[in-house]
Design a protein around this ligand. Structure first.
Ligand code: S3P
Length: 457
């Protein structure tokens, strides 16, 4: 047996490579066509379900950043065979209910999605599984996933406050539950649905506010019995039939709209820009940023809309636009949960005020995101106010008076990319203190932006 106290400590900060600062300056018009990395959420799910399903799953367009590779490593530890050949990934799964006890601690690095989904997938098995992550992930709350797993019979030994590192010990037979998610979270919903796959009977997740729906969509594609119904009160009930057969599939992962967000906002705020972003996932549970930008007067044209692996994709042509401030309703927050930093940057260049609401979910992410965004904006001359769950930005058209300072990113890749985008249109250059962690979601970001004409060094 492993000693979790010894093996389960977080990846120490000293393992981190030295900081890699970068500076973005006011750039000429951005122009060109770009493709994006595959969607991270769909990539994690394709590996998890592929590793679980019987037979072979073939994945094209997998996002190959650090986060998703931790999920591949975890699935190998559960016994799946995962190989890459000719640009595609081939996963030989075990069959639903057949995961093996991993021999070592599962390390998820900085990946909250990988860790939380894997806890659901494997926690209910009659075995012991150890989880750990890096220093940042070890500060993030895991109780939101552990609480429903406890109801299903899982024993948890965790660091105080339900943090990583932690150990899960599943029951002989997991109890199917009906669980109303207390906070809008696709990770919690997904963890419960994945746990339900290994419980007899029907497991139900009740969602008051819809969140990204890739798990339920992909579960259906793999053959799971899934029923979705919205009741008279607007609650979404997602039911999964446990212990059914899952069969390997071909999955083409669409381009990540959360990565597209940075390119789209850059093209909108750098005067004269005209950029086409190809093969972007179009899904109402993910497109809150694009909806908001359109309301702000953005020129974003969608073309070549098509279906790919159960999801819709399209090409987006984006032209520089004078944006106008808007009020973003709180109920839109879940469909743009990762896009608030870059929307705040767009708002900094808009005419008038933009009020972003419903941001209560921001703090427990990679960083205290809302506070860091407000601090970075203020340091760079943006007039803004922030509260517990809202941010108000008063814009400065053409970026007059903006920029000139260094931004603290707090290990948050989205903050780093957002402020580099801001530097491309601000009057003075903007430096971010680190870019190393950008590889978590968009490793080619700096090169891709330079290819469009962005001045980032
Ligand atoms: C994700 C869900 C979201 C999101 C994360 C990816 C997913 O987190 O922020 O980047 O793939 O399920 P929450 O479930 O905490 O909202």
């Amino acid at each position: 047996m492993l000693d979790p106290a010894r093996e389960g400590t977080p990846t120490p900060m000293t393992d981190r490579p030295p900081l890699l600062p970068a500076t973005a300056r006011r750039s000429p018009a951005l122009a060109g066509h770009v493709g994006l990395p595959g969607d991270r959420s769909i990539s994690h799910r394709a590996l998890l379900l592929g590793g679980l399903a019987s037979g072979e799953t073939r994945i094209s367009g997998l996002f190959e950043g650090d986060d998703v590779l931790y999920s591949a490593k975890a699935m190998r530890a559960f016994g799946a065979r995962i190989d890459k050949a000719g640009g595609e990934w081939f996963v030989r799964g075990l069959g639903n209910g057949c995961l093996l006890e991993p021999e070592g601690v599962l390390d998820f690095g900085n990946s909250g999605t990988g860790a939380r989904l894997a806890m659901g997938l494997a926690g209910v098995y009659d075995m012991t599984t150890w989880f750990r992550g890096d220093a940042s992930l070890s500060r993030r709350p895991m109780g939101r996933v552990l609480d429903p797993l406890r109801l299903m019979g899982v024993q948890v030994e965790s660091t105080p406050g339900d943090r990583l590192p932690l150990t899960l010990r599943g029951p002989k037979t997991a109890a199917p539950i009906a669980y109303r998610v207390p906070v809008p979270s696709a990770q919690v919903k997904s963890a419960v649905l994945l746990a339900g796959l290994n419980a007899p009977g029907v497991t139900t997740v009740i969602e008051p506010v819809p969140t990204r729906d890739h798990t339920e969509k992909m579960l259906r594609v793999f053959g799971a019995g899934v029923e979705i119904e919205t009741d008279a009160g607007g609650l979404r009930h997602i039911r999964v039939e446990g212990q059914g057969r899952l069969t390997g599939q071909s999955v083409a992962v669409p381009g990540d709209p959360s990565a597209a967000a940075f390119v789209v906002v850059a093209a909108l705020i750098v005067p004269g820009s005209d950029v086409v972003v190809e093969n972007v996932l179009i899904n109402p549970t993910r497109n809150g940023l694009f909806d908001t930008l359109l309301e702000m007067g953005a020129s974003i044209e969608m073309s070549n809309r098509r279906s790919s692996g159960g999801e819709d994709v399209a090409d987006l042509r984006v032209r520089a636009s004078q944006l106008r401030g808007v009020t973003v309703p709180p109920e839109r927050a879940p469909s743009m949960i990762d896009e608030h930093p870059v929307l705040a940057v767009a708002a900094a260049f808009a005419e008038g005020e933009t009020l972003m609401q419903g941001l209560a979910e921001s703090p427990p992410r990679e960083s205290d995101r809302l506070a860091l965004v407000a601090a970075g904006l203020r340091a760079n001359g943006v007039d803004c106010e922030d509260g517990k769950d809202w941010l108000l930005v008063r814009g400065s058209p053409e970026g007059r008076g903006l920029g000139g300072k260094t931004v603290e990113t707090g290990l948050d890749h989205r903050i780093a990319m957002s402020f580099l985008v801001m530097g491309l249109a601000a009057e003075s250059a903007i430096t971010v203190d680190d870019t190393g962690m950008i590889s978590a979601s968009f490793p080619q970001f700096v090169e891709l932006m330079r290819g469009l004409g962005a001045e980032i060094e």
